[in-house]
Every structure is written in structure tokens, then in C-alpha cells.
Design a protein around this ligand. Structure first.
Ligand code: ZN
Length: 355
């Protein structure tokens, strides 16, 4: 009997030891786990959960090897966090704020040699910012510190940090209706649109698509009693050369520069531009007519925009022209109107940047 009791006690002890051993093993295992190590570093349960959920094995190892940094789980939990950029977020010696770190690194600003500054951050945050132009924005801000960031973005995007008729490039005819022709972009002397169509009996021509939309537009206007007279539409390079010389001879250099394009720099050569006024202005300037107001309200529905507005004279380099409309297509015209952009801003941000 005694033997049996002894045996039972030994067996129970053995079982107990097994449990203890197992427990100790479990504890040992736990101490080896990333969770335990992160908790030991000082991270809260919640922070640890984020790190384990978002981090790769290697990233978690890195975090364990570093000092406690409460920004790490915040960065990893950010809606715009990109796992591939993990190390770059940690290494970027820039802003203190998590949103700003994520924003700048996601834009690859940490990969440039441009040092972090408040100006840099504010520029990146401004609508219509184009990454490739960052150093030009900063140069311009240095030169004109009182200008708003918005204004700096606008001017640099449009290229007016260089003088008119400098840095001249060939206009990209592959852009079709969205071609940009201005004081920095020129057409070859030989360029003529291949689908010009007459829009009246007065030798005025537009490209096929522009002509179609123009006729729809004036047709619609006529239904409410508004009629227009076209003063100019397509003009050849040589015709523009004559006009420019004529303006120069008759009115002087300044006037010519403000109203007439150098040959090759006129939108009229693209067959997408039209100068139109009220057929019967009753002695008023075009701006004062109902025909003008109707165009202001409806031209975009037919793909036309007023090209040389009052507020953008310094961008376009032309004085305000209430009569000059440009066909850009319905979609672009609507967006330009909605966002209140000049065609230059639209082109450089949405068309050129997308390449
Ligand atoms: Zn014109």
C-alpha cells in the first residue's frame, strides 16, 4: 500500500514538473517574441499591435533595435503610409509632424538634395504643385518673398520666371485641341492645320472640330437672339508676321507686344482661335453687350474658353481681349472654367505633367 502511495506521489510530482517545464518553456518563447520585446521597449499594447500588423519581419527587427519612438507606430498607421518607404520615413531629417513626413517622403522630396524648410513644406502643400519645379519655386520665393505660395506655383508653372520669348520651345502639335501656343511655345513657319473648314463666307477658317463646335455655339446663341461677327480665325505664319509688323509700325513696340503675337507664337495659326464680337454692338464695347455675357456663360459648353482674361494678363503676356476665344474641347473648357485656371496653368499641370 505504502509503495502505491509513494509511486502515486512520484508520478504526480513528475506530472507537475512537466507542467512547470512546459510553462517555463512557454515563457521563454514569449520573451523571444517581437511582441514581448516591443512591450519591453515601452510600446503600449495598441502600438505593438500596429507595428505587428503593418511591419514586415525585417522592419519589426529594425524597430526593436532602435530606441523607443512613438512616431513609428503613428507613421505605420497613417492612411498614406507606404511600407516600401519605411526606412525613408525614419531617416528623413525634416518636419516634426507625421502628416508632413509622410507627404514629403511620398513625394520623394527626401531623395532630392534640397534641404527641408518651411517654404519647401508650404510649397509642396499648395495646390497645383509640380515636383519637378520645386527648386524653381524656392528660387522664385527667395526673389519675391512677399508673394503667396499659390501665386508662386502659378507663375512658375506657367514659366514666367523666365522672360517672354526666352526658353522658346516648339509647340507640341500632338496635343491636338490642347496644344499650347504662347510666348514660350511656337509653331513652325510651315505649320498649317490639315482640316481647316470655312465657318462663314468671309474667308474665316477653323479646324474641323472647332468649326463644328463654333457653329453649334452661334446657332444656340441665335436662338436667344444673339448674333456674332468673326473678325479673325485661322491665320498663317506669314499673315501673323504682317500683323505684328503692322502693329509695330503703327502703334509702337509696347502696343505690338501687348496685342500681337510674334509670328509662330499666335494661336490663330493653329486654327483653334477665333476673334468674335457682337454683330450689332449698338455703339457699345463688346464687353458691354449681351452677346459677350452669353459667351461668358456658355462658351465652355461648346469647348471654347476666353483666352486672354484681365486677371491673367501677366501670365499670358497679352492685354485683356474680350473677343479672343480658343477651342480646347468641351471637357477641358469645363474644367478650366470650374477651376478658374488660365490655359497655361491647365496645360502645365494637367497635360504636360501627365507625360
Ligand atoms: Zn485673337
Amino acid at each position: 500500500m505504502k509503495m502505491i502511495i509513494k509511486a502515486c506521489i512520484i508520478i504526480l510530482l513528475l506530472i507537475g514538473l512537466c507542467f512547470l517545464g512546459y510553462y517555463k518553456y512557454q515563457e521563454y518563447q514569449y520573451r523571444q517574441s517581437p511582441k514581448y520585446k516591443l512591450l519591453q521597449k515601452g510600446y503600449t499594447e495598441k502600438q505593438v499591435q500596429i507595428i505587428l500588423d503593418k511591419g514586415t519581419e525585417k522592419q519589426i527587427e529594425t524597430i526593436i533595435s532602435l530606441d523607443y519612438n512613438p512616431q513609428i507606430p503613428q507613421i505605420m498607421n497613417h492612411k498614406d503610409y507606404k511600407s516600401d518607404y519605411f526606412k525613408r520615413y525614419l531617416n528623413y531629417q525634416g518636419p516634426k509632424n507625421i502628416d508632413d513626413i509622410i507627404l514629403l517622403v511620398n513625394q520623394d522630396i527626401d531623395q532630392t538634395s534640397i534641404p527641408y524648410s518651411d517654404d519647401l513644406l508650404n510649397i509642396v502643400k499648395t495646390p497645383y504643385f509640380i515636383k519637378e519645379k520645386l527648386s524653381r519655386y524656392l528660387d522664385y520665393k527667395n526673389k519675391y518673398p512677399d508673394l503667396s505660395y499659390q501665386e508662386i506655383i502659378k507663375r512658375v508653372n506657367c514659366g514666367i520666371d523666365a522672360k517672354f520669348y526666352t526658353n522658346v520651345k516648339t509647340a507640341d502639335t500632338n496635343k491636338g485641341n490642347l496644344i499650347l501656343i504662347n510666348k514660350y511655345y511656337q509653331l513652325d513657319a510651315s505649320y498649317t492645320p490639315n482640316d481647316l473648314q470655312a465657318i462663314d463666307d468671309d474667308n474665316h477658317y477653323l479646324t474641323k472640330e472647332a468649326a463644328l463646335h463654333f457653329s453649334q455655339m452661334i446657332n444656340e446663341a441665335s436662338k436667344v437672339g444673339y448674333y456674332y461677327k468673326v473678325n479673325s480665325a485661322y491665320r498663317s505664319y506669314s499673315a501673323q508676321e504682317e500683323i505684328y509688323q503692322e502693329y509695330k509700325n503703327n502703334y509702337g513696340d509696347t502696343y505690338a507686344e501687348n496685342y500681337a503675337a510674334h509670328p509662330g507664337h499666335s494661336e490663330h495659326q493653329s486654327g483653334l482661335a477665333i476673334d468674335m464680337v457682337a454683330q450689332d454692338p449698338k455703339g457699345r464695347d463688346f464687353e458691354q453687350t449681351e452677346e459677350y455675357t452669353w459667351l461668358q456663360e456658355h462658351a465652355h459648353e461648346y469647348g471654347f474658353i476666353m483666352r486672354y482674361t484681365k486677371e491673367n494678363q501677366y501670365i499670358t503676356g497679352y492685354n485683356y481681349e474680350s473677343w479672343h476665344y480658343r477651342y480646347v474641347g468641351v471637357e477641358a473648357a469645363k474644367q478650366i472654367k470650374q477651376e478658374g485656371l488660365s490655359f497655361e496653368e491647365y496645360y502645365h499641370y494637367y497635360i504636360e505633367k501627365g507625360q
